[in-house]
Write a protein that binds this ligand. Structure first.
Ligand code: MG
Length: 419
């Protein structure tokens, strides 16, 4: 950003939060979506915070529903911090999104900003970069700038009279996001003219600007900046936040440990092997006291190794009848619980399966998913590799399967003397 430019040019942000969220809200979640809880704060609070924290935003104004004063006040009370002067008093919106935006634009007449960015309250994952791109385009002289992402999915249209499907040419197609930025006087005039001519059907503000024949620049948006519209969107938003929180706390765990593990099980009469918690059809099984999951055993030993806490045989002795036929995920979960008890976290798993048969490749995605689930890790932190031993040695003679594993465990410093 060019700091000198926007010191003088006022940038206002209008956050549209007047909707009732009827597609999402039902029963227990009767709140409008912008007030639903997202990791301990209303969605609106998170959206407001991004703009209030942006160095080039001078004013933020929220357009709310007339019934939502209390909800709005609560959302403001949850802001981490903000320069009081930047947050203008909220304005009451209208029956449609278009009417609400117009009400917000009229309220901004008092401050008469140079540029205005209009943003959906239900897009809390807007990034500082996306906001900067819109502001930059306006300050480079564009009359309007639309944050958008290219459409990659193949699009189909149902032909109304026949019900047949046809494929829509997606070249040149973009999915509009917000923020959408405008010269303030332009968009106010366009909205005003639209209303005067009885047009109340615009679903976003660049549509109003298009109607008024304004040139609109496209700037790169982000797939992360999705709008929370459905229950699935809300679940996705909550998952995304959980992951962000987990990653943030990894940064606090500075004692980084590596552990390795190795295990072998021999083949026996049977019809399937269990690897990484996944049953794989085969003309033999693996012999063992438990379910003989050689991959999970190697990973378990690696986790125990990283915290210098013995090995799998010490914690789960084969002599103990309790573990006969046991599913091996409980060994791994127990090892990970030992990490958690030290205030630490498992951060990464990499395992190699060594055998001539069965072929591991086709099962790799399922095995990764299974291990990620057992370990509570994102799939990107779990790797499974496979190799033969070129017909050499016991694995080469197809007498059994070997597995090796390396894991990264992160602990707070100060756990050196434990155990
Ligand atoms: Mg074993």
């Amino acid at each position: 950003m060019r700091e000198t430019d926007h010191m003088t040019k006022q940038v206002a942000v209008l956050i549209v939060a007047a909707g009732r969220g009827s597609r999402l809200s039902s029963g227990a979640d009767s709140l409008p979506k912008q007030y639903l809880d997202l990791g301990g704060k209303p969605v609106l609070t998170r959206t407001m915070q991004v703009f209030l924290d942006h160095p080039c935003v001078n004013q933020v104004l929220v357009v709310r529903h007339r019934d939502d004063q209390t909800l709005y006040d609560h959302a403001v009370s949850k802001l981490a911090s903000y320069p009081q002067a930047r947050l203008l008093p909220s304005t009451v919106g209208g029956e449609t999104r278009q009417a609400s935006v117009y009400a917000g634009l009229q309220a901004l007449q008092v401050t008469n900003p140079c540029h205005v960015l209009i943003h959906d309250a239900a897009r809390p994952f807007v990034s500082e970069v996306s906001i900067s791109r819109v502001i930059d385009a306006l300050e480079d002289g564009e009359r309007a700038a639309l944050s958008a992402v290219p459409v990659f999915d193949t699009l189909k249209r149902v032909v109304a009279d026949t019900g047949r499907l046809e494929t829509v040419d997606r070249s040149g197609l973009w999915a509009a996001q917000t923020p959408q930025g405008f010269r303030y006087t332009d968009i106010l005039a366009a909205h005003s003219a639209a209303l005067q001519q009885g047009r109340q059907d615009f679903t976003d503000d660049t549509a109003v600007a298009e109607w008024a024949n304004h040139r609109i620049a496209l700037v790169d948006g982000s797939p992360d900046n999705f709008k929370i519209t459905t229950r699935d969107d809300l679940d996705r938003a909550r998952r995304r936040l959980t992951m962000a929180t987990q990653t943030a706390s990894l940064a606090d765990l500075q004692d980084i440990r590596t552990g390795t593990g190795y295990d072998v099980h021999a083949f026996d009469e049977g019809n399937a092997v269990i690897l990484g918690g996944v049953e794989i059809p085969h003309d033999r099984k693996l012999k063992g006291h438990s379910d003989a999951d050689v991959v999970l055993h190697a990973i378990t030993d690696a986790v125990l190794g990283a915290i210098a806490d013995g090995d799998i045989g010490m914690h789960f002795p084969p002599s103990d009848q309790k573990w006969k036929g046991a599913a091996s995920d409980r060994f791994l979960i127990d090892a990970i619980d030992r990490v958690k008890a030290l205030g630490g976290r498992l951060a990464h798993v990499d395992a190699t399966v060594i055998c001539e048969e069965p072929k591991i490749g086709p099962h790799r995605p399922a095995i990764r998913e299974s291990i990620a689930r057992i370990c509570g890790l994102p799939i990107g932190r779990v790797s499974i590799k496979a190799t033969t031993s070129e017909s050499l040695g016991f694995t080469g003679r197809r007498e059994g399967i070997a597995a090796m594993a390396a894991v990264t465990v992160r602990l707070p410093f100060g756990q050196e003397d434990l155990s």
